[in-house]
Unconditional design. Structure first.
Length: 68
């Protein structure tokens, strides 16, 4: 049985753990303009993610072999 998708706001650490990567790898994706959409606070220091954006990014990254 699969777990229901998470909802709400997530920290970089939570998203990195969910995607099985390090927070530094997630930061590198942001720097390169890749990865899921994120929210930066007005001061530009804190980064958070909406779970719906994380799930959408993962769904958009699915590759089905043999399908063009």
């Amino acid at each position: 049985m699969s777990m229901p998708p998470r909802t709400g706001i997530a920290t970089s650490i939570e998203v990195a753990e969910y995607r099985r990567m390090t927070p530094a790898q997630l930061a590198q994706e942001r720097y390169l303009g890749r990865g899921p959409a994120y929210i930066k606070d007005p001061g530009g220091r804190r980064v958070t993610y909406r779970w719906e954006d994380v799930h959408a990014y993962i769904e958009g990254s699915v590759v089905t072999p043999g399908v063009a």
